[in-house]
Design a protein around this ligand. Structure first.
Ligand SMILES: NC(=O)c1ccc[n+]([C@@H]2O[C@H](COP(=O)([O-])OP(=O)(O)OC[C@H]3O[C@@H](n4cnc5c(N)ncnc54)[C@H](OP(=O)(O)O)[C@@H]3O)[C@@H](O)[C@H]2O)c1
Length: 277
């Protein structure tokens, strides 16, 4: 199978972490409310990937097919798992990725992912031989068409540069927690911009409560008739990110989607960017 054309990535992705038994119900609700991109991981500690699949099967039965959704999941190394490691941790890195990926595809009832991410390097600084071997296995998944886009999460600018230097297929996506106090992940986003890598930001609201409560956000919210949370999510997109939200509230699902149609002025974006960092 040759790699298929790169899929379009929606500006807002619905995140399925920490929903436990409510994962299927909330994923269904999110898609029915209008989300078309879903983020999960084969990491039972934080995600219930099989229940994401349950929602997808129900959606398919109702006529919403696989081709209408952007599906993204992750390989999590043993250090990021609890006792429920969903592959043989004694296998070599290629074997671990192959088994985890096969299970993800089975959970999600599909033969390909729109994006497959390495959940994070196994070391705090630099990259180990293990990480490079895992990345080679992720490249292989891309080569054979099982993952249209490949990327990495929880990565520093130093690690990202290392990976790009060593990879045969460079990451196409970075997914990071985005702190306003770190210039909205300035260094990593700068590297992504220079190298044509798509940046996905998570914890945009929870990591930045002082920005949500700021005068700059309040002013834009007043002008647009939006809530501060909506303004921050829209700010992230206008600043060049794809935003994640994992809201469990039906009204917030609607609001987060609605925010994507709003337009902040360049001045408002600059003022919000300057609140911190
Ligand atoms: N790669 C990684 O290591 C990693 C780590 C963390 C997360 N993620 C991904 O990112 C996704 C999102 O996680 P997150 O940390 O960004 O967010 P989150 O934990 O899902 O939290 C979002 C918070 O914002 C609130 N919220 C959302 N929309 C709102 C609105 N319109 N008004 C007011 N409050 C609103 C939610 O409250 P309500 O529920 O009450 O709306 C919730 O408290 C996860 O599900 C996961 O897929 C990845």
């Amino acid at each position: 199978m040759t790699p298929l054309a790169a899929p379009r990535v929606p500006a807002l992705i619905y995140g399925t972490a920490w929903k436990q038994a409510a994962t299927a119900e909330l994923t269904l609700l999110a898609v029915r409310t209008g989300f078309r991109a879903i983020d999960t991981a084969n990491q039972p500690r934080h995600y219930d990937e099989p229940l994401v699949g349950t929602a997808l099967r129900e959606l398919a039965a109702g006529g919403l097919g696989r081709d209408q959704l952007f599906l993204q999941t992750k390989f999590t190394s043993p250090g990021g798992q609890d006792h429920r490691i969903p592959y043989d941790p004694q296998a070599d890195p290629a074997g671990q990725v192959a088994e985890s990926l096969a299970l993800s595809l089975q959970h999600l009832g599909t033969d390909h992912l729109d994006a497959y991410l390495l959940h994070g390097p196994s070391t705090r600084f630099g990259l180990g031989a293990y990480d490079l071997a895992v990345w080679a296995a992720i490249e292989e998944a891309h080569r054979r068409g099982a993952a249209r886009l490949i990327g990495i999460s929880n990565v520093s600018a130093e690690q990202l540069a290392l990976l790009c230097a060593r990879a045969r297929v460079a990451p196409m996506i970075v997914q990071n927690r985005c702190y306003a106090d770190l210039g909205w992940d300035r260094e990593v986003r700068g590297f992504c911009r220079e190298h044509g890598i798509l940046y996905q930001g998570f914890s945009l609201l929870t990591a930045n409560p002082h920005v949500v409560a700021s005068a700059a956000v309040a002013a834009a919210a007043r002008r647009l008739g939006l809530t501060p949370a909506q303004v921050v999510l829209r700010f992230a997109v206008q600043a060049g990110m794809v935003a994640l939200t994992g809201t469990t509230d039906p009204e917030h699902m609607r609001q987060d989607l609605e925010a994507m149609a709003a337009e902040l002025t360049a001045d408002e974006v600059a003022r919000i960017a300057a609140v911190a960092g």
